[in-house]
Design a protein around this ligand. Structure first.
Ligand SMILES: *[C@@H]1O[C@H](CO)[C@@H](O)[C@H](O)[C@H]1NC(C)=O
Ligand SMILES: *[C@@H]1O[C@H](CO)[C@@H](O)[C@H](O)[C@H]1NC(C)=O
Ligand SMILES: *[C@@H]1O[C@H](CO)[C@@H](O)[C@H](O)[C@H]1NC(C)=O
Ligand SMILES: *[C@@H]1O[C@H](CO)[C@@H](O)[C@H](O)[C@H]1NC(C)=O
Length: 436
């Protein structure tokens, strides 16, 4: 029978003896056959162990030295230990360390806070958290976030550190609006001068103005941040008076056919507005023509009104400050028909030349527009547009007779009719050619 004893010389409290088949604490055990078993070796387990064996004939002993191998932590060097990020952006600092036993990761923040436990970090700095793998993540950098971030990896064998340097950058401000030196505002209107800026961060002064009458002058919009400033100057001038047309209510003008009519358009404004008239066919009316005259004060005179002149006339008053417009409707009064500009019967004598063309006019006016027809000496009724043989009646009422001969002589009567009256008028006496 052999008895084994293990004596731990330098590690366990002096003289600690573990007999065979006995446990010592949770990690040490000496088996029945004398084998010493250490669970979960730690650095402090290194040292000398003495094994003694004895029986009644004597004893023996053996000293064993246990060395525990360790490896001090080594942090993977960062690719970019110095980093610049824009305000509000996220950044992560890795801290991957090797080591035996595995290194414990902790961080020292720029404000000297020591962080070891993974999770959200509460400091006066911008929000950040420590991840399980040792990475430090800054969620929304602001100017408090800048500085040195030091990662410490440590185990029983030693420690390693890396330091990241963080700069928080911003964009210098720049005002987006185009340069516009002078703005002219209307005396009784208001305006907005916009001023918006790019940059991080940016503060704007004089963002918006509402201009009133007494606000003439120079204005400056300033945009500033830590990196610089930008500004826009704006000069506001009180502008001229936009035109205003008086008496705008009078808009329907009745006129007798064949007569003239005046359409007035009196506009005020500074500088003096220029008057332009637009016809119902939306043409610009020339200042002087057979039909129209525009007087100096802007009045439009419409000469010898016909049904074709009816419609909407627009007077436009314009100067550098703006324009105003007035519409007037010209309407002919109801009128029984009349022919060749004369009320009442007319007789025209026409001398024709053999084999030439004779033109017998019948210009009819009236409202509503009259119906026109001709009656020949032979009792034929011809309505425009008529074209037959040598006879033609034009749209304007004129009867055209080509290649006049003796037998064409006689009385040609033109008739005009609307619901206001029928007029037998315009007796044209065609004298035969051979009587000339
Ligand atoms: C001693 O006993 C243990 C457990 O029974 C065994 O694992 C080990 O191999 C033995 N050692 C020798 C030298 O027989
Ligand atoms: C940065 O953010 C933190 C948390 O939101 C805040 O307490 C601190 O005042 C901020 N610093 C600056 C310079 O804005
Ligand atoms: C650490 O973990 C985060 C999130 O899981 C990951 O994005 C990052 O890449 C990890 N870092 C390293 C060095 O593995
Ligand atoms: C009527 O129209 C015809 C053909 O276009 C023309 O020759 C004639 O001169 C016109 N008559 C009047 C009075 O306008």
């Amino acid at each position: 029978m052999i008895n084994f004893y293990l004596v731990l010389l330098s590690v366990l409290p002096l003289g600690a003896t573990i007999p065979a088949n006995t446990k010592h604490g949770s990690r040490f055990e000496v088996f029945k056959n004398g084998t010493f078993f250490i669970k979960n070796v730690q650095l402090q387990d290194r040292g000398q162990y003495l094994c003694t064996a004895h029986n009644r004939f004597g004893s023996d002993r053996m000293v064993i030295t246990l060395a525990v191998q360790t490896e001090a932590p080594r942090i993977q060097p960062p690719k970019t230990p110095e980093l610049s990020i824009y305000l509000g952006k996220t950044v992560a600092f890795d801290c991957l360390a090797s080591g035996k036993p595995p290194a414990q990761i902790s961080w020292i923040l720029p404000d000297r806070t020591f962080v070891r436990d993974p999770g959200t970090i509460h400091t006066v700095l911008s929000p950040m958290s420590l991840l399980q793998n040792g990475t430090l993540r800054i969620h929304s950098a602001n100017f408090s976030s800048k500085g040195d971030y030091k990662c410490i990896a440590s185990n029983a064998a030693g420690a390693d550190t890396v330091t990241y340097q963080l700069h928080v950058a911003a964009l210098p401000p720049s005002i987006s609006e185009e340069v516009q030196d002078t703005v002219i505002i209307q005396p009784d209107r208001s305006m907005y001068a916009h001023c918006s800026a790019k940059g991080e961060p940016v503060s704007l002064r004089n963002r918006r103005y509402q201009m009133g009458r007494k606000d003439e002058g120079d204005y400056t919009c300033h945009a500033t941040n830590k990196l610089g400033k930008d500004e826009r100057k704006l000069s506001v001038k009180l502008g001229s008076n936009a035109p205003q047309i008086g008496l705008k209510s009078q808009s329907l003008v009745k006129v007798k056919l064949g007569e003239s009519v005046k359409l007035s358009c009196q506009a005020t404004g500074e500088p003096k507005p220029r008057i332009t008239w637009i016809s119902p066919h939306t043409d610009v009316i020339p200042p002087l023509s057979d039909k129209y005259r525009v007087v100096d004060d802007g009045t439009l005179i419409l000469k010898k009104v016909t049904l074709a002149d009816e419609g909407k006339y627009a007077c436009v008053a314009r100067n550098s400050a703006g324009d105003d417009i007035k519409n007037m409707i010209v309407e002919a009064e109801l009128q029984e028909p009349y022919i060749n500009g004369v009320r009442g019967k007319t007789t025209a004598k026409l001398l024709a030349v053999s084999y030439q063309t004779a033109l017998l006019d019948c210009r009819v006016e009236g409202k509503p527009e009259p119906k026109v027809w001709w009656l020949t000496p032979y009792g034929h009724s011809l309505t425009p547009p008529y074209l037959g043989g040598r006879f033609q009646v034009h749209q304007n009422g004129s009867l055209e007779l080509r290649g006049v001969r003796k037998t064409d002589a006689g009385r040609y009567k033109c008739f005009a009719k609307n619901h206001l009256g029928e007029l037998l008028e315009a007796l044209s006496q065609l004298t035969p050619p051979d009587q000339v």
